[in-house]
Ligand binder design. Structure first.
Ligand SMILES: Cc1cc2nc3c(=O)[nH]c(=O)nc-3n(C[C@H](O)[C@H](O)[C@H](O)COP(=O)(O)O)c2cc1C
Length: 215
């Protein structure tokens, strides 16, 4: 679909399902780029953008990825697989400079930039749980991509059923990369999965403090 009219976000949120099976039709390059770019616009801590994505479309590579992901058939059926990763060392290898360069282009003050250059390396090199930090950032970009794909008329499936080391080997990822999640994008084949239902607001949302339920 070359989207002149994108679906409404409220409609996507109400209707989206984790797609059980895809028909394998190729995805136009322009749509794929629009989906990827939506993720690249996501917010991240300090704007550090530690995400990295590997797009897998070739039948051979999809087959290898499937074998690294508990043989889940939808990996081979999807039009494209987006493998979302976080790079623990991005900030050491140029991302900090690039973030500051872009920031200054957008009007970041010299004093903020100096302060960020001092504090970010300290924060990230001593982070008690880098995998968690990466996960937090990468999943926001991932979700932006998922929603944009749905807006353009695609069906999606988020996936955590994969083996980290096997995916690393298939994609030839550096050791500093953590594979966070896989996003399958394509068109539904057959019947969609039924709606599994969602917890009520009264169960999971508190008002001002734990235990006080929202009316
Ligand atoms: C982070 C994440 C990982 C998931 N991993 C898988 C997976 O590996 N395989 C799969 O079939 N479904 C996977 N799912 C889909 C969930 O089972 C599905 O989203 C959930 O049951 C709710 O269904 P719905 O998305 O259709 O509302 C995953 C979903 C999320 C958010």
């Amino acid at each position: 679909m070359s989207a002149t009219k994108e679906k409404l976000l409220s409609h996507i949120i109400a209707e989206r399902r984790a797609t059980p099976s895809f028909d394998g039709t190729p995805i136009p390059e322009a749509d794929l780029k629009k989906i990827l770019d939506a993720g690249l616009h996501a917010p991240s801590g300090y704007n550090m953008q530690p995400w990295r994505f590997v797009v897998v479309r070739s039948p051979e590579q999809k087959k290898r990825l499937r074998l690294a992901s508990f043989n889940q058939a939808k990996i081979e059926e999807a039009s494209a697989m987006i493998v979302a990763c976080g790079d623990a060392d991005g900030w050491r290898n140029g991302d900090l400079d690039e973030m500051l360069r872009l920031g200054k282009e957008g009007g970041m003050s010299e004093s903020y930039s100096e302060q960020a250059r001092q504090s970010i390396p300290g924060y990230l090199s001593n982070h008690p749980n880098m995998a968690m930090w990466l996960n937090r950032q990468v999943m926001i970009a991932f979700t932006h991509m998922l929603l944009m794909a749905e807006a353009l008329g695609y069906d999606t499936a988020p996936m955590e059923g994969f083996e980290q080391e096997k995916v690393r080997e298939v994609l030839k990822l550096p050791l500093s990369y953590h594979v966070v999640a896989l996003l399958a994008v394509g068109h539904l084949k057959g019947a969609d999965k039924p709606n599994g239902g969602r917890f009520a607001r009264s169960r999971v949302v508190f008002d001002e403090e734990f235990g006080r339920h929202m009316r």
